[in-house]
Design a protein around this ligand. Structure first.
Ligand code: CU
Length: 281
């Protein structure tokens, strides 16, 4: 939800939504390619949604936010941004906090609790980078057994094998990734866009772009990559990267995880972490 597309003089500007006064943490269920799993989601409304919300703020503008913890246990909210300290969220309580004034960049929010992480309450705050269409890809991986264990009060063994069955971009598996206005890149030839890529999952991921090399503008875990132009890039757990795509040729080009398991839905190819760049002539 919450994808807003404005048409400004023929230019399409894609982004999340402005930060509302109140956000909700909900417990619920998600269905991905036949698997039903317990999940936590952060939304901009009081109703459950299977998609975490991603948000925008202008450069250097702080924001007061109230977060309602609708889960049955306490959590800790974290925005990975300079000047932000983790905020305890008691169950059933609306907790006020201030998101600091931030320089242009993309910042990951998440729950700094195992339950919050495994059950997937995480999204993005994008600040600035709004002079071009700005898409985002929250990368996720999901192992139903682990999610049921943690939802039932269990904890993850540090050396337990991790074999996810589902792999998502913005909480969707391919081909549903193509229904996502925030993630499915659709721009015209000769134009450009930004893409924020956030690895919200429990394993590292690698994306391969067909048709284009993209320029790295920012990276939380690989500062040395800024200025590089590449078509394949690994993203460590928790890493947030902003790239710029200059669409010099028309056509439809896949972007996909280079790990073959991650382009399946419960083992069936194709699926998982695949989206498209659709460049109109
Ligand atoms: Cu490829």
């Amino acid at each position: 939800m919450a994808g807003l597309v404005w048409f400004l003089g023929g230019m399409t500007v894609v982004q999340g939504q402005s930060v509302p006064d109140t956000l909700w943490l909900h417990a619920g269920e998600i269905r991905l390619a036949g698997d039903t799993m317990p999940a936590l989601r952060c939304t901009a409304g009081p109703e459950w949604d299977s998609l975490n919300v991603s948000l925008n703020l202008p450069v250097m503008e702080s924001q007061e936010v109230v977060l309602v913890n609708g889960d049955s246990v306490d959590h800790i909210f974290m925005l990975e941004a300079p000047g932000f300290e983790p905020v305890p969220l008691a169950t059933g309580v609306a907790t006020p906090m201030v998101w600091p004034a931030l320089e242009a960049g993309s910042y990951r929010y998440h729950m700094a609790t195992e339950r919050g992480h495994v059950l997937g309450a995480a999204g993005l705050l994008c600040v600035g980078y709004d002079d071009l269409p700005h898409y985002h890809w929250n990368l996720g991986d999901w192992e139903p057994d682990r999610m049921f264990d943690v939802a039932g009060g269990g904890t993850v063994e540090p050396d337990a094998p991790y074999v996810p069955r589902q792999f998502t971009v913005n909480d969707r598996v391919h081909p549903n990734t193509l229904d996502d206005a925030n993630g499915h890149v659709q721009i015209g030839v000769g134009t450009s866009c930004y893409i924020t890529i956030a690895n919200q999952g429990s394993m590292d991921h690698v994306l391969h772009f067909h048709g284009f090399h993209v320029e790295v503008l920012a990276s939380t875990h690989h500062a040395e990559r800024v200025g590089w132009t590449k078509d394949t890039m690994p993203f460590l757990r928790g890493e947030v990267t902003i790239v710029r795509l200059d669409a010099f040729q028309a056509g439809t080009y896949p972007v996909h995880n280079h790990n073959l398991i991650a382009v399946t839905n419960a083992g069936l190819y194709p699926g998982g972490m695949i989206t498209h760049l659709d460049i109109a002539p």
